[in-house]
Ligand binder design. Structure first.
Ligand code: CIR
Length: 266
């Protein structure tokens, strides 16, 4: 089932993006001006994929707020507002609410409650099934509450243990048509092996960052500089009818952000 996305939400990086949380300090500090230009290119890629992009203003007090994906999960039937696990990011979900209310009615917006934590980077949509990482950022209560909300909309969930990587989608993404990219520890995940995937591409470790991509209509947007991932995506795309767009993500990679993190899509 190919996606039919019409909208996306992004948020401009704030100056304090250079203070974003990172597990990769050896990559250095992001260059703010370059991060802005890369954000422009990312928005351009979304527009090329045919979605109308709402660009929210920067939030100066929230270094990681450019990663809007973690604030909520948008499904075709409604939205679940997340509770980010990290204190510095906790309020980002609440701050997204007024924008969500412009697009969704009150009965389409569900809210997780304490003690749940869940971040959108841990949620991967596979048609009507949502794979949810059980990670440092998404706890059992988050999974349970999310599952109950999605059941009301007719969707299933599958919990996937996540060890040392940040989020589920850090370790690979579904690009539709049965095609899954998977990297690192998730290569051996039973949840994926028993899942509904016709083709699984095991991303070599040196290209692990490239495993987080996003399919939007007849495009897949991926980070530039991962030729093996790109070749696989182009091979699938030749069969499935999509093109690949590459975007330089160097400044976001420095603070653990990847392609999917920078937008909400529906
Ligand atoms: C964080 O640690 O929360 C941010 N520096 C990176 C968030 C990346 N978001 C995502 O993968 N969905």
């Amino acid at each position: 089932m190919a996606s039919n996305f019409t909208h996306a939400i992004v948020r401009r990086p704030c100056r304090r993006v250079i203070e974003g949380i990172t597990t990769n300090p050896q990559l250095g500090t992001p260059d703010y001006e370059l991060a802005l230009r890369q954000h422009d290119d990312y928005v351009g890629a979304l527009q090329q994929a045919g979605v109308e992009v709402t660009v929210l203003p920067a939030l100066d007090d929230y270094p990681d707020s450019v990663f809007v994906e973690d604030a909520c999960v948008i499904t075709p039937k409604g939205v679940v507002v997340d509770i980010p696990a990290t204190p510095s990011r906790h309020d980002e979900a609440e701050l997204m609410l007024p924008t969500l209310e412009e697009f969704f009615s009150a009965d389409q917006i569900k809210r997780l409650t304490d003690p749940a934590t869940l971040e959108g980077g841990d949620v991967m949509m596979v048609d009507d099934t949502y794979y949810v990482g059980h990670s440092r950022r998404t706890n059992q209560a988050g999974f349970d509450q999310f599952t109950a909300f999605l059941a009301e909309w007719g969707y299933a969930t599958v919990q996937v243990p996540v060890g040392h990587i940040l989020h589920l989608k850090t370790g690979g993404t579904y690009v539709e048509d049965g095609n899954l990219l998977v990297s690192g520890e998730l290569k051996t995940s039973p949840a994926y092996r028993q899942g509904q995937f016709a083709h699984i591409f095991e991303v070599p470790d040196e290209e692990a960052y490239g495993a987080d991509c996003v399919r939007i209509n007849d495009k897949v947007v991926m980070a530039a500089g991962y030729p093996l991932v790109e070749a696989q995506l182009r091979a699938w795309g030749a069969v499935c009818g999509y093109d690949v767009i590459t975007v330089d993500m160097s400044e976001y990679r420095k603070i653990d952000g990847s392609i999917t993190c920078l937008s909400l899509r529906w």
